[in-house]
Design a protein around this ligand. Structure first.
Ligand code: LFR
Length: 491
C-alpha cells in the first residue's frame, strides 16, 4: 500500500490535539502536531466554549501539518457531545456556544416533560438517557429564557460540525454527534422535528443528517492559502469522540463491553439495533449512534472529572502531583475506607470537589477522607465499584456473554484503576489504546478514502498496531464484599 496521511483534530472538554496519522503497509503511525487547552469560559453567569479560539488552534494545527511536508488526504474533527453553535440567516455564528456544564438546564428535563412532552414519549422516540445537558433541554432552556441567538438562528451545528463549517463554509449534521442530542430518532436516523416544534423551536434547525464518512467540503480558499494545505477535503468522521473511540476498540468479536475512560467514563456494549424498552428506560440507558449503523448502548458515568477537579484545586493550593505520583499515593492509602457514588449530583460542578467528597462521606456515615491520598483512593475504588454496578446491568441486557472489558482512552493508562476494575468486575480488562479517539478519527478518514473496508477490518488492523495490556481479576472476594456493602449508595 502506498503511504497515505490524514489530519485528525480531537477535542475534549479540557484539551484538544492535532494528530497526523499515516498508513503505510497496513501500519498506522501517529504524530501529535499540536496540543492546546480548551476551557469553559465563564461570562455573565454563563459557561461557554470559545469556538473562535478553538478555530485559531485548528489553524495552528493545519499550519504545523503543512510544515511537516506531509501531503494529507483529508481532515476530520471529533469533539464531546451535545453542544452546538447557532447560525444566522447570513451564515454568521451567533455568539459562543453554551457549554454543557452551564446551569441553565438544571431541572429543564422535568419542565420539558411537564410542559412539552412526557418523559416516556421522549425516550420512546429517541432512546437517549435523560441528562440535563442533552441538546434538547439546552434548547428548551434557551427558548424559555428568550435567548436572542436562538431567536435569530436558522441553523444549529453540533461542535464538530460547526468547526468543519468554519473550515469549509459548508454545513452538515453528522449522524453520531446528532445522536447525542436526544432529538434524533435512532430507528429512522433522522431528527424528530416535533421534539423541537412542540416547544416553539424550528423543526429544521439541524437540517438533514448525513452518514459518517460524508465529505463536508474542502478548506476555504482563504484557509488553504493561509495554512499552506491546499483545498483539502474535510470529512465528517464519527464527530462524537465516544463513537470514534468505540470504533477503535481492538476487539476480535462482539462479546465485549467497553469503557471509554476520560473526563467521562462511557460504559456499554455495541449492538446491531437500538434497544428501547421499559427496562432501558428505567435504567436510563442510552442508544447512541455508532459506526456502520451499530448502536452504542451505553451509560454515562462521571469519570476522571472528579479527580481532574481535585487536581486543579490542589494545584491552586500549591500541591502539584504528576500522574505517577497520584497513582502511587492511591496505591499506598488504606483500602476500602470510604466510597462515593460518582454520579451523585453533588459532584456535577461543585465549588470544591474535595469538600463535596468529604461532605458526601460524612453524610453517608463513612470515615471522611482527610489526606489527598485518601481522597484519590476513594475516587478510584468508587469508580471501580460503579463500573461493576453498571456492567451487571449490561450483562442482563447483552444478547451475548460479556467476556471482557476493553478500557480505551486516556484513563486506560491508569494501571492501578485498570487492576481495581478487573478485581471489581471479575472478568479480564484489556487496557488500550489510550489514543482510541484519535485512532478512530484517522481510521474513519481512511475508510472514507477507501483504504479499509468494514468496521471489523478496521478493528483487526488496529489490533495489530496498538499495544494493550490485560489485567486479570485478583482479590475478587474482598471487592465483592465491598460492593455489597456500598451498593445502596449507588443510584
Ligand atoms: C465524552 C462525551 C460523552 C458525552 C459528554 C458530554 O467526551 O462526549 O460521550 O456524554 O462528553 O458531551
Amino acid at each position: 500500500m502506498e503511504q497515505i496521511s490524514f489530519l485528525a483534530f480531537d477535542l475534549g472538554a479540557t484539551s484538544g490535539r492535532s494528530i497526523l496519522g499515516t498508513l503505510r503497509d497496513g501500519k498506522l503511525q501517529m504524530k501529535e502536531l499540536t496540543r492546546f487547552p480548551n476551557q469553559i469560559l465563564e461570562l455573565g453567569g454563563h459557561y461557554y466554549w470559545n469556538i473562535f479560539s478553538l478555530y485559531e488552534h485548528l489553524k495552528a494545527g493545519m499550519i504545523a501539518c503543512a510544515k511537516e511536508g506531509a501531503k494529507i488526504t483529508s481532515i476530520g474533527i471529533d469533539t464531546w457531545g451535545v453542544d452546538f453553535a447557532l447560525i444566522g440567516e447570513d451564515g454568521q455564528i451567533l455568539g459562543m456556544p453554551l457549554a454543557y456544564r452551564d446551569l441553565h438546564t438544571t431541572g429543564a428535563p422535568e419542565e420539558y416533560f411537564a410542559k412539552v412532552m412526557p418523559r416516556k414519549e421522549v425516550y420512546d422516540l429517541t432512546g437517549i438517557q435523560v441528562m440535563n445537558f442533552n441538546s434538547l433541554y439546552q434548547l428548551y432552556a434557551m427558548q424559555r429564557d428568550h435567548s436572542s441567538p436562538l431567536k435569530a438562528a436558522v441553523r444549529a451545528l453540533f461542535m464538530p460540525d460547526a468547526l468543519s463549517y468554519m473550515l469549509t463554509g459548508k454545513m452538515a449534521t453528522e449522524y453520531t454527534i446528532a445522536s447525542t442530542s436526544q432529538i434524533l430518532n435512532p430507528r429512522t436516523k433522522k431528527m424528530e422535528a416535533k421534539l423541537l416544534e412542540k416547544m416553539g423551536v424550528k423543526g429544521s434547525l439541524f437540517g438533514e443528517v448525513v452518514p459518517t464518512g460524508t465529505v463536508v467540503g474542502t478548506l476555504t480558499d482563504a484557509l488553504a492559502a493561509e495554512t499552506g494545505l491546499d483545498k483539502v477535503p474535510v470529512v465528517a468522521v464519527a464527530g462524537h469522540d465516544t463513537a470514534s473511540a468505540v470504533a477503535a476498540v481492538p476487539a476480535s468479536d462482539e462479546k465485549f463491553a467497553y469503557l471509554s475512560s476520560g473526563t467521562w467514563s462511557l460504559m456499554g456494549i455495541e449492538v446491531k439495533d437500538p434497544v428501547i424498552t421499559d427496562e432501558t428506560a428505567a435504567l436510563n440507558i442510552t442508544n447512541e449512534g455508532g459506526v456502520e449503523g451499530t448502536t452504542r448502548l451505553l451509560k454515562n458515568i462521571t469519570g476522571m472529572w472528579i479527580l481532574e477537579q481535585c487536581i486543579k484545586e490542589w494545584k491552586k493550593e500549591g500541591a502539584e502531583y504528576s500522574y505517577p505520583e497520584i497513582v502511587k499515593m492511591a496505591g499506598e492509602a488504606t483500602p476500602f475506607r470510604s466510597f462515593i457514588d460518582p454520579d451523585d449530583p453533588s459532584f456535577a460542578n461543585p465549588p470544591s470537589m474535595a469538600a463535596a467528597i468529604r461532605n458526601y462521606c460524612a453524610a453517608s456515615g463513612q470515615p471522611v477522607p482527610q489526606t489527598h491520598a485518601e481522597l484519590i483512593r476513594c475516587i478510584f475504588e468508587s469508580l471501580a465499584l460503579k463500573y461493576k454496578d453498571i456492567l451487571e446491568k449490561f450483562r442482563v441486557l447483552a444478547p451475548f456473554p460479556i467476556e471482557k472489558l476493553h478500557i480505551i482512552g486516556g484513563g486506560s493508562k491508569n494501571r492501578l484503576l485498570d487492576q481495581f476494575t478487573a478485581n471489581a468486575i471479575g472478568i479480564p480488562v484489556v487496557a488500550g489504546p489510550s489514543e482510541a479517539t484519535a485512532i478512530g478519527n484517522i481510521m474513519l478518514q481512511a475508510r472514507a478514502a477507501g483504504c479499509v473496508g468494514s468496521l471489523q477490518q478496521m478493528r483487526d488492523m488496529i489490533a495489530k498496531v496498538v499495544e494493550t495490556e490485560t489485567f486479570t481479576p485478583q482479590d475478587t472476594a474482598a471487592w465483592n464484599e465491598a460492593y455489597y456493602k456500598i451498593k445502596h449508595l449507588l443510584k
